[in-house]
Design a protein around this ligand. Structure first.
Ligand SMILES: [Zn+2]
Length: 118
C-alpha cells in the first residue's frame, strides 16, 4: 500500500450559521456574525465534513508561517456551503474535488481519490 492509498480520515470542522441572514463560517464565528453582528450565542453551530471543490489554487514561492516554499494554497468551497482558505497538496488544482485531512494540527486539502476513510 503506497502513501496515496493509505487510509486517512476526512476531517470534520465546526461551522456556524446565522439565523438572520444565513451567513456561513468555517471555523465557526466566535465573535458573532461577521455580516450582521448577531450575538455568538444566537448562531447555530454544526459539524460538517471538510469536503468540497477547489475553486482557486495558487503556488506560493515564499516560505510563510513555517511552511517551506513552494506550497499550494487554495480556496475550497465546502459541500456544506462556506468557503475556506487552506493549504493544499501539490496534486490539487482548480476544479479538483478535495477532502481535508489533518496535518500538524492544521488542515491540508488532498485530492478526494487519495483519501480513503478507514
Ligand atoms: Zn448574520
Amino acid at each position: 500500500m503506497n502513501e496515496a492509498t493509505t487510509p486517512r480520515h476526512t476531517l470534520r470542522v465546526t461551522m456556524s450559521r446565522c439565523p438572520n441572514d444565513g451567513e456561513l463560517a468555517v471555523p465557526a464565528d466566535t465573535l458573532g456574525c461577521r455580516r450582521c453582528g448577531n450575538e455568538p450565542s444566537h448562531l447555530e453551530t454544526m459539524t460538517v465534513d471538510a469536503r468540497g471543490l477547489a475553486e482557486a489554487v495558487i503556488t506560493v514561492n515564499r516560505p510563510i508561517g513555517g511552511h517551506e516554499a513552494p506550497y499550494r494554497f487554495g480556496e475550497i468551497r465546502l459541500d456544506a456551503g462556506p468557503m475556506v482558505r487552506a493549504l493544499c497538496s501539490p496534486a490539487v488544482s482548480a476544479g479538483t474535488r478535495v477532502v481535508g485531512i489533518e496535518l500538524d494540527e492544521s488542515i491540508l486539502f488532498e485530492i478526494e481519490e487519495a483519501v480513503v476513510d478507514a
